[in-house]
Design a binder for this molecule. Structure first.
Ligand code: ZN
Length: 403
């Protein structure tokens, strides 16, 4: 039975996994540094051997998580990822190497796991996790480690875990900041208790938009694996009801208490959500309704932009990304005015009234938001470039760097 102290935090939980029958001689040699820790011991190692853990994503957080879960002797490791390894992944996704570029991440990660520990049974799910398969895939595992980088998948992982009554270890990273927690609705809050609503589209940049210090993945991934091991073996105080916040620049770890939300639609006493949502992308919204409206009939492609430039059309090309991104790659002839200056209105007086304005960003999301603000301010003929600078690199000048 769980032991709860008067301050409501959970002090201990029973082990999540029953022990395997026995350890082989090879396994005893391999795991000897675990076996001699009294709290782990042979019993804890047998539980790890019997454990089935699924890692959602073999990217920044999934890389260290999978490597340490494998090394620790987790018997069955599932890897779900549909992406392929890109050169820009290698700065932090250390489970993949140079020769893996272009390979399926799930395959590449599975290779590394087998190399670290051949005792691990690896299950590859080279597929997109969606509402049709998430419950079936999750049901084959004891524990989920969530290494996703987008809100739609994150809410879906949470909902599926709560509906199945499974614990999952969540982590999130951005620039120099990381967070981790264990969500297990049976004993504590779920992700929706902490974040009932997704942030407005465009408000929270992704790592692809805002960057991440590579080594931050190791810091947060290590917390996730530590919590996974503790849950499996039933040792220590689990991070259920706690949010661990890491600031790499200050080098501080803070633990914030998170309570179950009595009004949570998913895990509260009067929960109204009894199944998965019909559409998680829709729930999180790729762009705001205003931006969606603004881009109708006001979107050009990179090819059209190139045509406009070559035909001598008179327009101002405005790059709404951040200065650091502008340094990496830019479309010739563009001027930099970060999105924030347009949304706040600060930059409006610098924009010409007598010229058409063409906005672009990295992939077309931020420029859509900026376009909505410009139209609101009376720049009715402004347009934005679909797919942003990434499209330009792909379709017009592949010699430029992507990021
Ligand atoms: Zn909840």
């Amino acid at each position: 039975m769980p032991v709860v102290n008067p301050g409501e935090s959970i002090v201990s939980l029973p082990p999540l996994v029953d022990p395997a029958e026995e350890l082989s001689v090879d396994e005893i040699r391999r795991y000897s540094r675990h076996l001699i820790i009294p709290d782990v011991g042979v019993d804890g190692q047998k539980r790890l051997k019997n454990a089935k853990v699924l890692c959602v994503g073999a990217g920044g957080l999934g890389s260290p998580a999978l490597m340490y879960l494998a090394a620790a002797g987790v018997g069955t490791l599932g890897i779900i990822d549909f992406d392929t390894v890109d050169e820009s992944n290698l700065q932090r996704q250390v489970i993949h190497g140079q020769s893996d570029i272009g390979r399926a991440k799930a395959e590449s990660a599975a290779n590394s796991v087998r190399e670290i520990n051949p005792n691990v049974r690896v299950v590859i799910h080279n597929t997109v996790l969606d509402r049709e398969n998430v419950l079936e895939i999750f049901s084959g595992y004891d524990l989920i480690v969530d290494g996703t980088d987008n809100f739609a998948t994150r809410y879906m992982v949470n909902d599926a875990a709560v509906l199945l009554g499974k614990p999952y270890v969540w982590g999130s990273i951005y620039r120099f900041d990381g967070q981790a927690s264990v969500f297990w609705a049976e004993y504590g809050p779920c992700y929706r208790c902490l974040y009932p609503e997704p942030p407005p589209p465009g408000m929270v940049p992704s790592c692809a938009e805002g960057g991440v210090l590579g080594v931050l993945c190791a810091s947060i991934g290590a917390i996730q694996v530590t919590e996974a091991i503790k849950l499996i073996a039933g040792i220590g105080e689990p991070l259920v009801g706690g949010l661990q916040v890491y600031d790499a620049l200050e080098m501080t770890y803070r633990k914030i208490r998170v309570r179950k939300d009595p009004n949570c639609v998913l895990c509260g006493p009067n929960a109204t959500q009894k199944e998965l949502l019909a559409d998680y992308e829709d729930f999180c919204g790729a762009v705001s309704a205003e931006a969606e409206q603004a881009v109708v009939d006001s979107t050009i492609t990179a090819l059209e932009l190139k045509d406009w430039q070559e035909s001598g059309k008179d327009f101002l090309l405005v790059d709404v990304r951040e200065p650091a991104e502008y340094e990496i790659v830019r479309i010739p002839g563009s001027v930099l005015i970060p999105k924030g200056e347009i949304l706040s209105g600060a930059a409006l007086s610098r924009l010409p009234q007598d010229k058409q304005i063409v906005l672009h960003c990295k992939s077309g999301v931020r420029s859509a938001e900026a376009l909505a603000a410009l139209k609101q301010a009376g720049f009715s003929d402004a347009v934005h470039v679909q797919g942003g600078v990434l499209s330009w690199v792909k379709q017009i000048d592949p010699s430029l760097p992507s990021y």
